[in-house]
Design a protein around this ligand. Structure first.
Ligand code: SAM
Ligand code: SF4
Length: 441
């Protein structure tokens, strides 16, 4: 019997969090909870949170503030917080937010149904933020219904051992834990049977996949085995760390036909002095050499990255080195951020913090430069033929479809819905800032 309870789930943050939310819904629907987009109908409100910068963290607190009135109207309502803020704050969050019932950390997704049952039975708040050697939530995989999805995420590892001086991730996601290769390949096969055509392998630092497994595959070996799975047409992965990207992985772009021509390779700064203080483990020269090798092995590869401005001690010269690296590499797109001090990280204790207005100004200059480059690169594809995987209806225009090139660029075009899930050849007619317009050939 369905218990008839409705869950409203709101997600903040990266793809990892988006996928964790899919896992949460998957286990909860197995326990007969039903997802809803209407918060007014919810019996349970869950927030899956991000603490990588101050901004997404603040959003969590303001969302929780807004939810108070729902609790006042419905005393049986359960409000829970999961993800990185939950892991970081633990019990403190329950002390701070009187109307909160549940705090569950990044290793505790699998306990969600039991935790909710316990709260319902005891009407007492619960906190579950333990780290485990064996991360059971890695093995929850939300299988889409037949034919429902064209692409899907697959978690291959959890956590990070790098401790970059600015980053909270190792503290809130724990140490690096790779998932056994056979479980990953099993999941990809299961997805393929359901009609999924594209998988994105997820981890904070996929290049170090397998280092903690005895006798398991390396990341390039995992890619090679995934490449053999029938029915899967495209393989993507994120995120790669420049210090760990091996020759073997670079060669995989040339050798494995299903591996998409796209890499997300965060560089964070173009200044060696700043990179050193960030503890990133590479120089700007090494970074640029890697991108050159990638373009040699895989012409036309889309290269995107993360970068931040206003890291402690970053002066005008450092910032100009970042701009110079952007000019030289000519990224297809960049995710750019103002450095945000995170409690407990080394960089938050550095004395030479940069003021907010300098950070804002640098971000504006950097984004303006990248916009020009992105636009120019997109225009450079006009009149070219590209293969795209059709993903669904376009959000931008009614009665249009949307797909992606292997290099991860969005293409909108006219076509009928029976094309969804197919690989199509299109001619690029126009390159815009955020997308391309194509025509079926
Ligand atoms: N593991 C990935 C890597 O090493 O590139 C990145 C993971 S992190 C969740 C995503 C991005 O957030 C980082 O690449 C970085 O640019 C940004 N980021 C992390 N900590 C930050 C901080 N304290 N302030 C601003 N941006 C930050
Ligand atoms: Fe954070 Fe560095 Fe690990 Fe990426 S590699 S998650 S930036 S500590």
């Amino acid at each position: 019997m369905p218990n008839g309870k409705f869950i409203y789930l709101q997600t903040f943050g990266c793809q990892m969090n988006v996928h964790d939310s899919e896992k949460m819904l998957s286990i909860l629907t197995k326990h007969d909870y039903r997802p809803t987009d209407d918060i007014h109908r919810a019996d349970i409100i869950l927030l899956n949170t991000c603490s990588v910068r101050a901004k997404p963290e603040h959003k969590v607190y303001s969302a929780l503030g807004r939810f108070k009135k729902f609790k006042e109207k419905n005393h049986h309502l359960i409000i829970g917080v999961g993800g990185c803020v939950a892991q970081q704050e633990g019990e403190r969050l329950l002390d701070r937010i009187g109307h909160l019932d549940l705090v569950f950390g990044t290793h505790n997704l699998h306990r969600l149904p039991d935790l909710i049952d316990d709260i319902q039975a005891s009407r007492r708040p619960m906190c579950a933020v333990e780290f485990y050697d064996e991360v059971r939530s890695l093995e929850i995989f939300p299988a889409p219904s037949d034919g429902e999805k064209v692409k899907s995420y697959v978690t291959i590892m959890q956590g990070c051992d790098n401790f970059c001086s600015f980053c909270i991730v190792p503290y809130v996601r724990g140490r690096e834990k790779s998932r056994p290769s056979e479980n990953i390949l099993g999941e990809i096969k299961a997805l393929s049977k359901r009609g999924v055509k594209e998988v994105t392998l997820l981890g904070q630092n996929v290049n170090s996949y397998g280092k903690d497994l005895s006798g398991g595959f390396t990341f390039p070996q995992l890619l090679a085995h995934s490449n053999e799975i029938e029915g899967i047409w495209r393989i993507r992965f994120t995120t790669s760390h420049p210090k760990d990207i091996s020759k073997e992985l670079i060669m995989a772009f040339g050798k494995l036909e299903k591996v998409c021509k796209h890499i997300h390779l965060p560089f964070q700064s173009g200044s060696d002095r700043v990179l050193e203080r960030m503890g990133r483990g590479y120089t700007r020269k090494q970074y640029m050499e890697k991108t050159e090798q990638l373009r040699e092995v895989c012409p036309g590869i889309g290269i995107t990255a993360d970068v931040m401005v206003g890291f402690p001690g970053e002066d005008e010269r450092d910032f100009h080195e970042t701009l110079d690296l952007i000019q030289r590499v000519q990224f297809d797109n960049l995710f750019s951020f103002k450095y945000s001090p995170r409690n407990g990280t080394r960089a938050a204790r550095y004395p030479d913090q940069i003021d907010e207005s300098t950070k804002s100004h640098r971000l504006e200059v950097l984004q303006k430069l990248q916009k020009q480059i992105t636009f120019k690169r997109n225009q450079g594809l006009e009149e070219r033929y590209e293969e795209i995987l059709v993903e669904g209806m376009s959000k931008a225009a009614k009665e249009e479809l949307t797909g992606r090139t292997s290099s991860n660029k969005v293409v909108n075009f006219k076509g009928s819905t029976d094309l969804i899930g197919q690989l199509l050849k299109v001619k690029i007619e126009k390159g815009y800032m955020n997308s391309l317009r194509g025509k079926i050939v």
